[in-house]
Design a protein around this ligand. Structure first.
Ligand code: SF4
Length: 278
């Protein structure tokens, strides 16, 4: 009888996004999961701070983070889609630049894919649904919440992602359409060159005349007007104040036994996708 080939052991893969949750998960699992592979799907449109953060994490892990590049990048697909800027409803970018390179890297191997979704989040994952890829959610399984993640990052010395210093809340492409208006303002102030590059994608597509914008309801040329930027800052400050009030009220409710989540995002627009922004 011919020998049956030995079954290949399942692989353990943790996909880093450049965000705090996947970074904390890598730290948390470093000494818990043997043979972990680390990878990062690089759209080549990331913030410089993200690359710096990944280097820091890599040094801590003592293992390489494999950088995956799509065979063809964002600009190719942008032209293919007729100048269509991706959006929540036209999210071709995540599929082409994040999921596909990951699935190609995995092939048909059996894989446990570790995802940094927290126990205090109520989000659906936009992740690979290939049958050979099994998602694992250690933070959820172990009940780890935001304050635990912050503790892991602090204790390891890795800290929060550097872009949080200038008020950006998410990893992913510098032009990500999930950005809140205030994050566009901060991008303009911190990385004016990247803002200009994002603006350059907002142009009528020569073949169809279609014109798409990154941010809902206005172009980046409109958003960067000083009066508009001031208005966005004012509205953001009001929203922060309102949320602080809500938190105070929630604490009072908790005192009286009526629990209410206080870990909601501070903005309705804050609905990023898992693969890019955990
Ligand atoms: S970060 Fe945003 S723009 Fe970039 S691939 Fe993800 S969803 Fe698309």
């Amino acid at each position: 009888m011919p020998d049956t080939p030995e079954e290949k052991p399942a692989r353990h893969i943790l996909s880093l996004s450049g965000g705090k949750d996947s970074a904390a998960l890598a730290i948390y699992l470093r000494d818990r999961v043997e043979n972990m592979e680390y990878m990062f799907s690089d759209t080549q449109k990331e913030l410089p701070e993200t690359y710096e953060y990944l280097d820091r994490i890599e040094a801590y892990l003592g293992k390489p983070i494999v950088r995956l590049n799509a065979l063809v990048g964002f600009d190719h697909w942008y032209e293919m889609y007729g100048g269509m800027i991706p959006s929540n409803h036209r999210r071709w970018c995540t599929r082409a630049l994040k999921l596909k390179p990951f699935e190609d890297y995995v092939g048909e191997d059996q894989v446990f894919n570790y995802v940094g979704l927290r126990a205090d989040e109520d989000r659906q994952g936009y992740i690979s649904h290939k049958p050979n890829i099994t998602p694992v959610y250690p933070f959820r399984e172990h009940g780890l919440k935001l304050k635990d993640i912050e503790g892991i990052l602090r204790d390891s010395g890795i800290g929060m992602p550097p872009y949080t210093k200038w008020g950006r809340t998410r990893s992913g492409c510098y032009f990500c359409f999930y950005q809140q208006k205030i994050e566009w303002v901060r991008l303009k102030e911190t990385h004016p060159g990247l803002y200009e590059q994002a603006k350059a994608y907002e142009r009528p597509y020569e073949k169809t005349g279609n014109f798409f914008t990154w941010s809902n309801g206005e172009s980046l040329a409109e958003l960067e007007q000083p009066i508009r930027m001031e208005q966005i800052k004012r509205e953001h400050a009001i929203r922060i104040e309102r949320n602080l009030q809500r938190r105070e009220n929630a604490t009072l409710l908790e005192v009286f036994g009526e629990h209410e989540s206080v870990d909601q995002p501070d903005d309705d627009e804050d609905q990023g996708c898992l693969v890019c922004q955990l």
